[in-house]
Design a protein around this ligand. Structure first.
Ligand code: NAG
Ligand code: NAG
Ligand code: NAG
Ligand code: NAG
Ligand code: NAG
Ligand code: NAG
Ligand code: NAG
Ligand code: NAG
Length: 708
């Protein structure tokens, strides 16, 4: 969640470096992996075997640790006669060298949506020498732990850690399993089992754990209680041990939580005892809350007390003045400009691309392409890294791919060319229509063009309300042209290219949402003008769109409610937890709090939710509007509807235990083509209406200030 008035606090996230050197520069230099080079080499070799089992023997990895601690990560790739030597100064740099070679020389693609790894029999020659632009590449946001990681088992973690290494990430948030540390601590302090259990949230809400829970500190108990003696906590602990071991083997530095509230110092000691430390801790003292007092004395006192706490947790360390600041959303709301590069403190330039793990095509890559370099090379800049701080991952891979490259670039790219190359790598073909599709995506949904303040939730997933207006924030016609082109290339594409299937589903989904916005607008206009026949017609079309939306989403594993619920249940260790975890999983994506105090913040466009949550909700709305028309009145009672839809649909869905398919149904490309043929019209009224809605949006935005 985020809101304007807490912006400044949201976007300043503190890292505390626990090193022993005298001055801060040396502290940063000491922030290095202490893993022996042979261990890093073998970790990278194992990674290559996981990615390219039949070609791994042709790669030779050597890690030569830096002589100068200020050295940035770097790699050299030399390939001749089908043998590829990669020399690097860290494991992550070597892994990135491998990825860089695959991307740029072999035109391959590794992504969340599947890989495209068609390689020639003989690996192509290359001679590359690349140095990172900054000391750090950071990954993590406390929310990602709940929106994305919460049900992951080791195999999903292993993929994710491989992906982080392939992209050269060397500073990574590691918040898993801290609950067990709290439990131990609270037990030691004499709290009863009941007291502890009623305090800790359920797994779907760990990121927002109560104040003394060390995470963001703004939710208590919701989604619990899990028995504190549950095996689940032990499994989390084992999982975290494996995560930390793997991170360290790659030469990454895991970032452990620091306590941000008034908590016993013993927490940090327990944590260090259990997990070891790389001397970086994360604290987020005012996450999504307005500080009690708005003055610098108060804020300074809070920070001092956190730092003092760290100091006492490890008396041998010197903590003062060791801050590394995450500028959390630099691509749209950078703070370092306003704060003079944090008055000399180091910071990391981060892209906060996603809120709530919601789904929608979105990116502000034109901003990224400029502002990273302005931030880094500005006079007196204190930028020491780039980072990713999404609340949820798994969507818009292109935005992450683009952003991650800035950590190894020194100047902006030609975006048109970059997107064309991206389409080639992603689909494994050079095709004019693929290039055109991605060029249209670039110029519609992946540019900011000084218009979009930040990613927003789609109107379809919120509770219906006559006052709602769908936001058409991009040029919809170009999105539809991207859709045409994408479906036009199927004759050239070998079936089963996973990223292609993903894009077909995702772009079809987005196109359907545009159609839904149109029919919604026509339907509600008809209602407001008391034209019953028009209302019926458009309401019917609107509901057909929802059916087709569920149909296309159901054809891809990435868009299934059934998968989310199955993963939640698979994590349970008792039959009690089976129920608890399912409820936690359903609540996270629908209602937070017993009366839906927060609703649909993390709503998903997934098959299953569309069918049994959004569709009945909209159906009830349409029915009640229709009742009004039949009664000859236009006085729709929103309050009454809210109460009815809450008990009839929302609460029911969130408490239900019915089962949804966890595997995809049907051929996504065939389904997308059928949907395209059915809905894609050149109807003048359609495009005029959407263009008008887009212009209205632009006017609204231009009235506000676009960038702070
Ligand atoms: C790769 O390393 C091997 C072993 O050190 C060496 O014989 C070979 O010449 C190297 N290849 C290239 C292209 O540098
Ligand atoms: C790589 O580039 C760096 C800096 O440009 C240079 O110092 C180094 O010698 C190069 N390494 C190789 C193996 O070419
Ligand atoms: C805090 O105070 C400053 C200056 O007194 C003011 O500009 C700012 O709007 C206030 N912020 C909040 C969140 O009240
Ligand atoms: C950079 O720092 C110097 C020395 O403190 C100062 O004189 C100069 O004005 C600064 N430049 C900018 C753009 O802030
Ligand atoms: C960017 O790349 C495109 C496609 O390769 C090319 O047509 C265009 O001229 C390039 N633009 C610039 C400014 O170099
Ligand atoms: C960006 O905005 C300008 C001015 O509003 C407009 O002329 C241009 O077409 C826009 N470009 C894109 C790619 O949306
Ligand atoms: C298929 O690829 C060929 C060769 O690149 C190209 O000429 C042709 O236009 C492509 N077909 C379609 C439908 O785009
Ligand atoms: C709506 O239209 C109906 C039938 O045409 C009419 O009876 C009714 O009075 C109208 N209601 C309003 C509020 O205009």
């Amino acid at each position: 969640m985020n809101s304007q008035n807490v912006l400044a606090f949201l976007t300043l996230h503190l890292f505390i470096l626990g090193c022993k050197a005298q001055d801060f520069t040396r502290d940063l230099n000491n922030l290095r992996s202490s893993t022996p080079p042979q261990v890093q080499e073998s970790a990278v070799n194992d990674l290559i075997r996981r990615i390219l089992p039949t070609k791994a023997e042709f790669f030779r990895i050597s890690i030569v640790p830096p002589e100068d601690p200020a050295e940035k990560d770097a790699f050299v790739v030399e390939s001749e006669d089908g043998l590829v030597n990669i020399t690097a100064n860290s494991g992550v740099a070597a892994a990135h060298g491998f990825h860089y070679y695959l991307k740029n020389i072999c035109k391959c693609h590794i992504s969340w949506d599947g890989n495209q790894l068609s390689l020639p029999d003989i690996l192509p020659p290359a001679s590359l020498n690349v140095t990172a632009s900054d000391r750090f590449r950071y990954f993590g946001n406390v929310c990602v732990a709940s929106y994305s990681w919460v049900w992951w088992d080791w195999s999903k973690w292993e993929n994710h850690l491989d992906w982080l290494a392939l992209n050269g990430m060397n500073l990574v948030l590691a918040p898993t399993a801290q609950e067990i540390i709290w439990i131990r601590l609270f037990t030691k302090l004499g709290l009863t089992q009941d007291e502890i259990q009623s305090h800790l949230t359920g797994p779907g809400f760990h990121a927002w754990q109560g104040k003394n829970g060390g995470r963001m500190g703004n939710i208590r108990g919701w989604g619990g209680p899990i028995n504190i003696n549950s095996l689940w906590y032990q499994e989390r602990l084992r999982l975290q041990q494996r995560i930390l071991a793997r991170m360290r083997s790659f030469g990454m530095m895991p970032v452990l939580p620091a306590f941000a509230g008034h908590v016993p110092l013993a927490f940090q000691r327990q944590l260090i005892d259990e997990f070891g430390t790389d001397h970086v801790y994360s604290a987020d003292p005012f996450n999504e809350m307005t500080p009690q007092f708005n003055n610098s004395e108060y804020l300074s006192a809070v920070s001092q007390s956190i730092l003092r706490g760290m100091d006492r947790a490890d008396p041998k360390a010197i903590w003062q003045g060791k801050l590394l600041i995450l500028d959390l959303a630099s691509e749209t709301r950078e703070q370092y400009t306003r704060l003079d590069y944090y008055f000399g403190h180091y910071f990391i330039w981060c892209m906060l691309h996603n809120f709530g793990g919601t789904i929608g095509l979105y990116g502000v890559l034109d901003n990224v392409n400029e502002l990273v370099y302005e931030g880094r090379y500005g006079e007196n800049s204190t930028m020491v890294g780039i980072g990713l701080t999404p609340e949820g991952i798994g969507q818009n891979y292109v935005a992450y791919d683009f952003m991650l490259e800035t950590g190894w670039r020194t100047e902006p790219v030609n975006m048109t060319k970059w997107f064309a190359d991206y389409s080639t790598r992603r689909y494994g073909i050079e095709d004019d229509k693929a290039v055109a599709a991605w060029e249209y995506l670039m110029s519609s949904v992946y540019v900011h063009n000084r218009t979009v303040p930040y990613n927003r939730r789609n109107f379809l997933i919120g509770r219906p309300n006559l006052k709602n207006k769908p936001t058409i924030w991009y040029r919809s016609n170009e999105l539809l042209l991207a859709w045409d082109n994408l479906l036009g290339i199927t004759e050239n594409i070998t079936s089963g290219i996973e990223p292609y299937q993903y894009d077909v589903v995702d772009v079809t989904r987005e196109a359907l949402v545009l159609h839904a916005a149109y029919y919604y607008t026509m339907m509600t206009n008809a209602f407001k003008h008391n034209i019953s026949s028009d209302f019926q017609l458009n309401a019917e079309q609107f509901q057909h769109i929802l059916e087709d939306l569920d149909w296309i989403l159901g054809s891809h594993r990435s868009f299934l409610l059934g998968r989310w619920l199955a993963d939640a249940k698979a994590a349970a260790t008792t039959s009690e937890e089976l129920h608890l975890f399912e409820r936690s999983a359903r609540h996270q994506i629908t209602l937070w709090g017993p009366n839906g105090e927060i609703m649909d913040y993390a709503g998903k466009q997934w098959a299953g939710i569309v069918q049994q949550y959004f569709t009945p909700r909209w159906a009830l709305f349409i029915k009640r509007l229709n009742d009004c028309l039949e009664a000859g009145t236009l006085n729709f009672d929103q309050q009454k509807f809210n109460a009815e839809v809450f008990s009839e649909v929302e609460k029911k869905f969130s408490m239900d235990f019915n089962i949804y398919p966890a595997t995809p149904q049907g051929d996504p490309v065939l389904i997308a083509k059928a949907i395209h043929q059915k809905w894609r019209s050149a109807k003048k009224r359609f495009s005029q209406t959407l263009t008008k809605m887009h212009n209205q949006y632009l006017n609204r935005v231009h009235k506000r200030q676009t960038r702070p």
